[in-house]
Design a protein around this ligand. Sequence first.
Ligand code: HEC
Length: 151
Amino acid sequence: MNRPTNSRTGTSIAAALAVFLAGVTMSSPSSAQDEAHKSAERDFQSFCASCHGWGGAGGGPVADVLSVEPPNLTLIAHRNGGTFPAKKVYKTIDGLEMPRAHGNKQMPVWGVWFAYEAIADSLHTGDKTPPPEKIDKRIRGLVAFLKSVQE
Ligand code: HEC
């Protein structure tokens, strides 16, 4: 059997992988905290940026069609006298405890969606982490992400 092509491919894949891994290692000190921040940032881009803008400062593509303009999320601390109200932000994202009485609420209730994903994940992967723990971790990640983008 003639395999030189295969082994050359193997070598170049290994070389490419080495270059890639070197890049990854150089660009991130890869601590657990870093990983948590990245996954929260991914969540933010997937679920929040459409309304709140890529970096949270507003101007997301969906913002125009809402009757309430999504607030600039980099100014939460500023609007709150310089302190970032982590607990309140957590509850706003979770959404389950928010009063609905003012009838003008355009911000989705993310607690429900994260609960759905946590349960689906447990069913598919057999992961035994209780879903409420996963939901909490995810919302805390988003709160920390938002805290990190305050002006
Ligand atoms: C469909 C558009 C939309 C999406 C998607 C969305 N939001 Fe909002 N958000 C709003 C609007 C509108 C408000 C203003 C409050 C209201 O609804 O009364 C708001 C308010 C907030 C506030 C309160 C800010 C303050 O100063 O009190 C936070 C925090 C927030 N959003 C975070 C998020 C996060 C995190 C996500 C993603 C998980 C997200 N939002 C996704 C529309 C959206």
